[in-house]
Design a protein around this ligand. Structure first.
Ligand code: AMP
Ligand code: MG
Length: 402
């Protein structure tokens, strides 16, 4: 059995061996994907000096407050006007500025009288106001978006302004998920006698989707060595980056997953970590033809399974792509907790903010790793370190968003 810290180090190193492929996708389909190149602007943004307001473009002179209107410039319909300090051009937001103008007075600040405007009583203007200079947002040939950006609509806006109709993004990691257990039935069935519904496939697939990776569902397999072998062999021969199995990885008589991993040539890097929940977790690597598949055997208990995914898989995928890892925060404990062993605990908690903006947290009902409904009430994991025992009400605990 190894420590949480050791497991983290092993995983950090092994995730780096994944081959990250890239693909070109239409800009409109690149939302939530991770950029695999820097985006360089092919033009200045904005491309020309223009007006930031609907107003009047003038040649600044602080003494002058009345101007003759020479004409107008709608956005996208430029016309060059020869101005002097006593003339103005009506200009719309985004309209290109006549070369001799340096200031725009908003339409709200003037009174219009026939072909003249007059500054309103109490209105002020200074040189250079309401002008957006060429390249002030971004200079041509400079980096508009950095590689590894997780693309959100505000990034798509930037790429669009830079004329990128397709983007090079990382291919989604392909993550296979497979459940084992004689007692499992699929969710459409009402379990009878000694059966339960398989919730792990659904929680894991949605956890994979949540981080916008690609899941491949290998279904449920009975606790029969040969069947697990065949299904896992099939999975390892499918084009996966990560394979996750659940169940059958502990020390029960019918827990065949570790043995099958070994017989398939998976190089086991660790089995069992000093944590709760999720202690029996297994990790290994499978290599064939220069390709590496990271293989995780997660315990069947629904809470252990999902917490393991968050701690060991999600965090490392975030790191792999240089994304921000799950938000952590320190909260005030609102009740005593029971924790007597030397494992690192990840207790399911419910946090809230008080009127002073301080985090408070308490545990959700039971901490049994089999209680799926209790997990459904949680919004965070409370991290109780190895050496810490029985944290008391009022003490601080580190929490991680779920
Ligand atoms: P195991 O890890 O196979 O020893 O299973 C531990 C516990 O998790 C048992 O109570 C199983 O019935 C339960 N379990 C195993 N697989 C699943 C699953 N896919 N969905 C929900 N519970 C499961
Ligand atoms: Mg089992």
């Amino acid at each position: 059995m190894i420590s949480y810290k050791e497991a983290k180090e092993i995983l950090h190193n092994e995730f780096k061996n994944l081959t990250l492929k890239t693909e070109q996708v239409d800009l409109i389909n690149s939302i939530n994907r991770i950029l695999a190149e820097d985006i360089i602007s092919d033009i200045n943004l904005p491309p020309f000096d223009n007006s930031a307001m609907d107003g009047f473009a003038i040649k600044f002179n602080p003494e002058i407050t009345k101007w003759k209107i020479l004409g107008e410039i709608p956005a996208g319909k430029f016309h060059e006007y020869k101005l002097n300090e006593y003339s103005a051009v009506s200009i719309m937001t985004g309209g290109k500025l006549p070369s001799e103008c340096d200031t725009v007075i908003p339409v709200e600040d003037v009174d219009i009288e026939n072909d003249h405007i007059k500054l309103k009583e109490g209105s002020r203007f200074v040189k250079g106001i309401n002008i957006r200079k060429q390249g002030e947002d971004l200079v041509k040939n400079s980096i508009a978006l950095q590689k590894n950006t997780l693309l959100k609509p505000h990034h798509i806006a930037v790429a669009a302004a830079c004329g990128k109709s397709t983007l090079k993004v990382y291919r989604k990691l392909r993550i296979g998920v497979m459940a084992t257990g004689d007692e499992l039935v699929d969710i459409h069935e009402t379990p009878t006698d000694d059966k339960i519904r398989c919730s792990n496939l659904y929680s894991l697939i949605s956890a994979v989707k949540e981080i916008n990776m690609h899941s491949v569902n290998f279904g449920i397999t009975k606790d029969i060595k040969e069947l697990i072998y065949d299904r896992m062999k099939w999975a390892l021969e499918s084009d996966l980056d990560i394979l996750i199995t659940t169940g059958g990885v502990s020390v029960g008589k019918f827990d065949y997953v570790k043995e099958v991993h070994e017989s398939l040539g998976v190089n086991i890097k660790f089995w069992r970590v000093k944590i709760k929940p999720g202690k029996p977790v297994l990790f290994g690597i499978y290599q064939k033809g220069g390709k590496t598949i990271l293989v995780f055997g997660l315990p069947g208990n629904p809470v252990s399974c999902l917490v393991n995914f968050y701690l060991f898989i999600r965090e490392n995928i975030y790191k792999l792509f240089n994304l921000e890892i799950s938000k952590k925060f320190t909260a005030n404990l609102d009740e005593d907790l029971k924790k007597e062993d030397k494992k690192r605990h990840f207790m399911r908690g419910f946090y809230s903010l008080d009127n002073n903006g301080k985090y408070h947290v308490k545990k959700v009902g039971s901490q049994s790793s089999g209680n799926v409904s209790e997990m459904g009430k949680a919004n965070c994991l409370m991290i109780i370190e190895e050496e810490r025992t029985n944290p008391k009400k009022g003490e601080k605990v580190e929490c991680m968003m779920m």
